[in-house]
Each structure stands twice: as structure tokens, then as C-alpha cells.
Design a protein around this ligand. Structure first.
Ligand SMILES: Cc1ncc(COP(=O)(O)O)c(C=O)c1O
Length: 356
């Protein structure tokens, strides 16, 4: 399997270490570890290695699925990777909705073949008939992020049902990365609740502000979950012991507090950003989650030119739309602490002003 460089990660690697301000982080600001009980006794592997059965049962219940259909992983990234790697064979075809988080296109593209369905502003709606047209006899997966990274578009239950019916008709599956789902004020039912032909992946990194817990999961039919388990023996063996312990508290007794605080934080920062973009005449789709994908200001040829010059002038990191295949856009993450967002927006304003 040959994977292309992960362009977003390479961009961060180049600019983030020396930057004053990071305005391209895609999750909510991280929570302090001391709000959790950290006593796990012995720091060994989690046994059984697909995750504690009680914790998996709690997750399964959220999806209306069985415990055996849940595998805990090291983050959503591993959940996605193992699903593609274990499920797809050489020559299999996937239909991937873009723009998206690169691994969701690169990994199925490295194993088999990918058709991209580009969504477009201002609404970033997904035309289900375009997905239908892209389906082939060898199509095994339709893949999307919902809510989307980077646009923040949150497709509703009707579109998801139409996609589910479409994949079922073609004996294919729907893989939905839902790592941002719990940031919605009123989350829709998750994809895996649609039926056995839907696979949900998620984790605690983004909506809960717990990226360092490295805890994610796959919810899929028993055969797919078993294939994921088989591959996981060769990657990380078990989910992280401490991360599982923290995630269980975050999804349990602390969930209401965490989500209420994170949604309020996202809402307040979203309003600040909307106001800023409005003042500077930049278009965007008001997103669910904490990522926005606005237009590049006048005077810059591309997202890359804008983001590079901003870093050089003001030491602020944004993500160019070019790494998502949309060069007239940039991604801004507004989940960070509000003072940092405000300082970053002031610097962006100065940079835009200086070039006009
Ligand atoms: C859609 C999506 N999936 C997965 C990940 C990785 O998440 P995790 O930290 O849970 O591995 C990201 C990170 O940005 C993401 O945006």
C-alpha cells in the first residue's frame, strides 16, 4: 500500500512549531487532565484488546447496535484506517465526498480506486444522485465526514437515509466519520443506527477536547468489526488504558457538563468569527463544529499564498484550502481559547489591511 504525504499534517509540521498562534486546530480546546480520575491500577494492555466489554456495551447502546459490533481504537484515525485496510481489497472502488479529511480519501485510494464527489459552496449540499451516478458494480464504500471537516456542513437524516438506501441497493456500505457529531446543538442519530450497512467511526478528540486520550471506536456489522480486530493486532494491539479510563468518564458522568461547555464555547467563538468575516467581506458557510472554510481575501492568489504570507508577517497558522483541493478557501479552527482566537483575528485583520 502506497500512501501520499498527508498534506495538512505536512503543512502543520512546517509552520506550527515556530508559530505564536495556531488557528487551524480542528478540535475544541483541550481539557485539563486533573478533572478526571487517573487511577487505572496497573498500566497494562486493555484486556480484551478490543476494549472493555462494559464500555463497548455503553458505546453500542448509543448506536442501537450490539457490543460485538464495537471495537475501541487509538483515536478516530485508527478507526478509519483499520476499517479501510481490513474491508477493502485491491481493485475495490469507493466513492468519497469532498472536501474531506485527507485520510478518508487517501487510504481507500491506496488500497483500491476512489471517485470524488465534490460538494460546492455556498451550501455544500450533497447531491445524492451524483453519488448514485458514481456507483459501480465494484463499489464497496461511500465515505464522508458528518459534520464535515473542513466545511462544517451537517447533512440531515433525510440525506443520510437516501445514502443508506443507495448503498444497500448496491450491496455496498456507508462509512461515516462522526468525530464532530457531538458538537452539534442537537445531534441527529448516528449513521450506524441506520442499519447494518452503515459504519460509524468517532472518538473523543474533537467534540470532547480530549485528543490526548487517543480513544476512538468503530461501530460496524460483526464481520467488519472482526476484520478490524484482526488488523488491530498488527497496529496498536489494544486501545490506550489511561485514555479509555478518561474517555469512559467523559462519555459517562461528565458528558453533560463537557458537551454543554464545549457547545457554548463553540457558539461564542463562532459568533466572533462570523462577525469578523462579515466585517472583512469574506464568505463562509456557518458551520456545525469548530471548523470554518471561508473564502481567501482579495489580493491573494490562493489559500496557500494567503496562509504562507500570514505566517511570515504575523506568526499565525491557518490551513490553506489547497490541501483540501479548494485553493480559493482556507480552513480556520475556532475551538481554541477565546483570547487566542481574538488575538489571532486581530493579526489576520492587520495582515489583510496591510495588503489592501
Ligand atoms: C474527520 C476526522 N477524522 C479523524 C481525525 C483524527 O481524529 P483522532 O484524533 O480521534 O484520531 C480528524 C482530525 O482532525 C478528523 O478531522
Amino acid at each position: 500500500m502506497e500512501l501520499p504525504p498527508f498534506e495538512l499534517e505536512r503543512w502543520f509540521d512546517e509552520y506550527e512549531p515556530d508559530a505564536d498562534l495556531m488557528l487551524a486546530e480542528s478540535g475544541v480546546r483541550s481539557l485539563p487532565v486533573d478533572r478526571f480520575d487517573l487511577d487505572v491500577g496497573e498500566l497494562g494492555y486493555v484486556i480484551p484488546t478490543d476494549g472493555d466489554p462494559e464500555f463497548r456495551a455503553e458505546i453500542a447502546e448509543r448506536y442501537g447496535r450490539d457490543t460485538e459490533e464495537v471495537v475501541l481504537t487509538c483515536g478516530t484515525q485508527e478507526a478509519d484506517f483499520l476499517t479501510f485496510a481490513s474491508f477493502l481489497d485491491e481493485g475495490d472502488h469507493s466513492v468519497v465526498v469532498s472536501p474531506t479529511y485527507q485520510s478518508l480519501a487517501s487510504v481507500p485510494g491506496a488500497v483500491g480506486e476512489v471517485s470524488e464527489i465534490r460538494t460546492e459552496p455556498p451550501e455544500w449540499d450533497l447531491p445524492v444522485d451524483a453519488v448514485a451516478e458514481a456507483m459501480r458494480p465494484e463499489t464497496r464504500l461511500v465515505v464522508l465526514t458528518n459534520p464535515s471537516n473542513p466545511t462544517g456542513k451537517y447533512l440531515g437524516p433525510e440525506t443520510m437515509r437516501a445514502l443508506y438506501d443507495l448503498v444497500a441497493e448496491h450491496d455496498a456500505y456507508l462509512l461515516v466519520d462522526e468525530v464532530y457529531r457531538m458538537l452539534a446543538e442537537e445531534p441527529h442519530p448516528p449513521a450506524a443506527a441506520l442499519g447494518p450497512r452503515a459504519i460509524s467511526t468517532a472518538g473523543v478528540s474533537k467534540s470532547y477536547g480530549l485528543a490526548g486520550a487517543r480513544l476512538g471506536w468503530v461501530v460496524a456489522s460483526p464481520e467488519i468489526a472482526d476484520a478490524v480486530r484482526k488488523w488491530k493486532d498488527y497496529t496498536t494491539i489494544s486501545p490506550p488504558m489511561l485514555g479509555s479510563h478518561i474517555a469512559r468518564q467523559a462519555l459517562g458522568e461528565q458528558e453533560e457538563d463537557i458537551l454543554a461547555a464545549n457547545r457554548a464555547h463553540a457558539r461564542a467563538n463562532r459568533e466572533r468569527l462570523a462577525d469578523f468575516l462579515d466585517r472583512h467581506g469574506l464568505d463562509w458557510f456557518e458551520p456545525t463544529g469548530v471548523n470554518g472554510f471561508p473564502t481567501v481575501p482579495d489580493g491573494f492568489e490562493s489559500g496557500e499564498e494567503f496562509c504562507r504570507s500570514l505566517f511570515e508577517a504575523e506568526s499565525v497558522v491557518l490551513a490553506p484550502g489547497d490541501v483540501f483541493g479548494y485553493s480559493d478557501r482556507f480552513r480556520i479552527g475556532f475551538g481554541l481559547p477565546t483570547e487566542e482566537l481574538e488575538e489571532g483575528l486581530d493579526r489576520i485583520a492587520r495582515h489583510i489591511g496591510a495588503t489592501r
